[in-house]
Design a protein around this ligand. Structure first.
Ligand code: CDP
Length: 225
């Protein structure tokens, strides 16, 4: 089988990673969570006592930052297990600044492309179809209303024991969407050849099935039950 890449992009908390993880498992592909990489970088900047709003200081860490995504979904940066910490509100409210710096993006995109070339993959993020993997066989742009997204993320935070109010989640989602889609280099956008999928009124299973149908149509690859 020739190498197959599936790109899933969209705004904050659109449910991309939940769906991408299941789709990857059903196809036997590797799942690559690019948001976790920007979050891990942000965690490290904070850990080093630097201000994520300071581009020069944040970019000065590029040579020392080592990020790895493990098969079990855990995330490491420079030897620290940050799997849970990268979901904390302080990281969420700062990650879009870090993700707007060209130097950091280029370094993480190199890593993403390297991982994406190794195996068949499902990669989710903001710029996968438009910039990271422009030749991906399948490109999905997953959207949902701000209210739906905030509600989903609020419940997810509750399940994980991350303390946030619904209002804080709405503000975070709107703020990140704004910064992500207005940055100069490589902003969040739908690739011309991406298929839009409005998941506002869909369950996770319905979204997974819709994506798997598109994958089969475009690549002939069938999912396992
Ligand atoms: O899961 P959620 O939608 O909350 O976000 P994420 O995928 O974990 O990404 C966190 C942040 O990283 C986003 O708000 C973007 O600022 C940035 N990001 C990016 O710029 N490009 C990507 N390919 C992935 C994430």
């Amino acid at each position: 089988m020739k190498h197959v890449a599936i790109a899933i992009d969209g705004p904050a908390a659109a449910g991309k990673s939940t769906v991408a993880k299941i789709v990857a498992k059903r196809l036997g592909f590797v799942y690559i969570d690019t948001g976790a990489m920007y979050r891990a970088f942000t965690w490290y900047v904070l850990h080093r006592g630097l201000d994520p709003k300071n581009e020069e200081a944040s970019c000065s860490l590029i040579p020392e930052v080592r990020i790895s995504l493990k098969e079990d979904g855990s995330v490491f940066v420079c030897g620290h297990d940050v799997t849970r910490a990268i979901r904390e509100p302080l990281v969420s409210s700062n990650v879009s600044y870090i993700a707007s710096y060209k130097g950091i993006r280029l370094a993480l995109i190199d890593l993403q492309r390297e991982l994406g070339e190794k195996d068949n993959c499902v990669m989710d993020g903001r710029d996968i179809g438009s910039y990271v993997l422009p030749h991906a066989e399948v490109k999905i742009f997953q959207i949902a209303s701000v209210e739906t997204r905030a509600k989903r993320r609020f419940l997810e935070n509750q399940e994980k024991g991350i303390p946030t109010t619904y209002e804080e989640v709405v503000a975070d989602v709107k703020n990140r969407d704004y910064i992500d889609s207005h940055r100069d280099f490589d902003p969040l956008m739908q690739a011309e050849d991406a298929i839009p999928l409005d998941t506002s009124d869909m369950t996770i299973e319905e979204v997974v099935d819709a994506i798997l149908r598109i994958v089969e149509e475009k690549t002939g690859v069938k999912a396992c039950r």
